[in-house]
Design a protein around this ligand. Sequence first.
Ligand code: OTD
Ligand code: ZN
Ligand code: ZN
Length: 346
Amino acid sequence: MTQSLTLRRPDDWHLHLRDGEMLRAVAPESARHFARAIIMPNLVPPVVTGAQAAAYRDRILAALPDGARFEPLMTLYLTEDTDPADVAAAHASGLVKAVKLYPAGATTNSASGVSNFDKVRPVLEKMAEIGLPLCMHGEVTDPEIDIFDREAVFIDRVLDPIRRATPGLRVVMEHITTAQGAQYARDGGEDLAATITTHHLVINRNHILVGGIKPHYYCLPVAKREEHRLALRAAATSGDPSYFLGTDSAPHVDALKEHACGCAGCFTATNTLSILAEVFEQDAALDRLEAFTSLNGPAFYRLPVNDTTLTLTKGAPVVYPEKIDAAGDTVTVFDPGFPLHWTVAT
Ligand code: OTD
Ligand code: ZN
Ligand code: ZN
């Protein structure tokens, strides 16, 4: 008997689609399974204004295969010069669904991010007033702080003070990687939530470092100890509305991943749903997969759930490409290291 599982169509609440040739290569991979995605604005140069977000949205729509139904939910990249009025107008028009805060230097293309958090106070206050969520890359950049501690320290030094100073600000802790992050998100009330990536449910830091360095497992925030991965698994599979899927699928060409100074990012768009079904099944939580992929995110973003569905069927190990062609090179698809048995029915 074939086992099958039908879910409301999933959304991806944190996705890097890039631009140009890379956009054209990766957009179909997400559009195949997801109805909507929160589109990260860390292009070079970043998507800062409403006008830039509108133009980027048009480029994404043009990159979709004919007949694809995929809605890019646009974000603005917060800088110290962001104009609160531009943010409010982009939100009021329906174009922009969130603003993204990168501490300057924390991750890929974050150089235009925020160093002095006092400078963005007027924007954050405006966002609290209009109910527009702030997506945060939650790592401090202080060189004194060990890279494995940067998320936990960010919560104490930056996130908690900002939330206390800005009542009503709605915050998404992006791609949490620690038990501390999971706990803070759970205890933070209705105005706080966290996204969790596919890869952080699967790998810990040993996967990156033991038996030779594995550049395709390197991403930011970097995967932590096993106890943290287990805390993320417990959070994602709990059904708790504080947590939802944001794949953080972040393509880089192989030449730049397999490099003396390799880029950060795991590309999971192609096989995320097969991996998640396997993970939730391993944890006897298949009945809570839909909450994580399809229900909790819309609830936080105050958007309707999708009216279409997606069916996964269980069978022989799924065959998926090891790499996809992109931008004159290849992009390696994330290898979870175990066979996948759930395939998305077409
Ligand atoms: N992490 N790579 C990228 C972004 C994320 O912090 C992130 O959201 C990227 O390549 O844009 C990564 O490892
Ligand atoms: Zn990030
Ligand atoms: Zn990201």
